[in-house]
Design a protein around this ligand. Structure first.
Ligand code: 6GU
Length: 231
């Protein structure tokens, strides 16, 4: 999978070379490339933003430096998906991570300040006819798209074959629960490891019983309890 990231702050993505994702890049499973929007800025002042039409606080990222950065990436692969992290986007969920993990080329566009010129998603969706996804991590506002992009890349790439040390973790996760309203909840049961007694707290007895059927049923029930509590 090829991942391009257009950003004013490429250093935000240094952590991509760490841990499992770093290994996946060394092994050629994932290739992440950052593109500094500043290098595509206009004029002697290298501006990337300007004041909003209609007035208001803050600055808006101009369309042209963004287009200048993204156009060559799309020319190289017109089937790439353009992802724009924004708090006003559709909620990024596990099913979306799974769909994106099956793509071969993702382009993330990170906005800063008050956002990007609204003609960017319009242009790439309607004129360039690229699939454009505006995605949000949740109902709170970050200072820019960089941290959201890191989170999405981690959620997507850990699903790629060969990235996780133990692919069994994915199999267990994929056992999705439905609660009373038919809503899906991811299975997450509490885990314990040695020692069996720690600061007066014991590991639930069933986990040391050796009864695998009973353990599976207990874990499912615990996951249900957690899913209900989180709603
Ligand atoms: Cl994707 N971007 C920003 N700036 N804030 C967010 C977000 C994204 N998701 C939640 N808050």
């Amino acid at each position: 999978m090829k991942i391009d990231i257009a950003t004013l702050f490429p250093e935000y993505f240094d952590p991509l070379s760490l841990s499992l994702l770093g290994k996946a890049q060394t092994e050629g499973i994932v290739q992440c490339t950052t593109h500094n929007l500043r290098e595509h800025a206009l004029g002697v002042h290298k501006s990337v933003d300007d004041t909003p039409y209609g007035g208001g606080a803050g600055m808006v990222m101009m369309a042209e430096p963004i287009a200048h950065t993204i156009d060559p990436l799309i020319q190289e692969n017109p089937t790439a998906i353009l992802i724009i992290p924004t708090p006003s986007g559709e909620k990024f969920t596990q099913p979306i991570a799974e769909k994106l993990s099956r793509e071969n080329h993702l382009i993330f566009l990170c906005g800063r300040y008050e956002g990007i010129d609204a003609r960017i998603p319009e242009y790439y969706r309607n004129v360039a006819q690229i699939e454009v996804l505006e995605l949000s991590l949740g109902d709170y506002v970050l200072a820019g798209g960089e941290v959201a992009t890191l989170a999405m890349i981690e959620a997507i790439t850990r699903l790629l074959p060969g990235v996780l040390g133990n692919p069994e973790s994915l199999v267990e996760e994929s056992h999705v629960l439905r609660d009373e309203d038919g809503q899906e909840a991811l299975v997450e049961y509490p885990n314990y490891t040695k020692p069996p007694l720690w600061r007066g707290l014991e590991v639930p007895e069933i986990l040391t019983s050796g009864n695998h059927g009973a353990i599976a049923r207990w874990r499912l029930e615990q996951a249900r309890v957690r899913a209900r509590r989180l709603k």
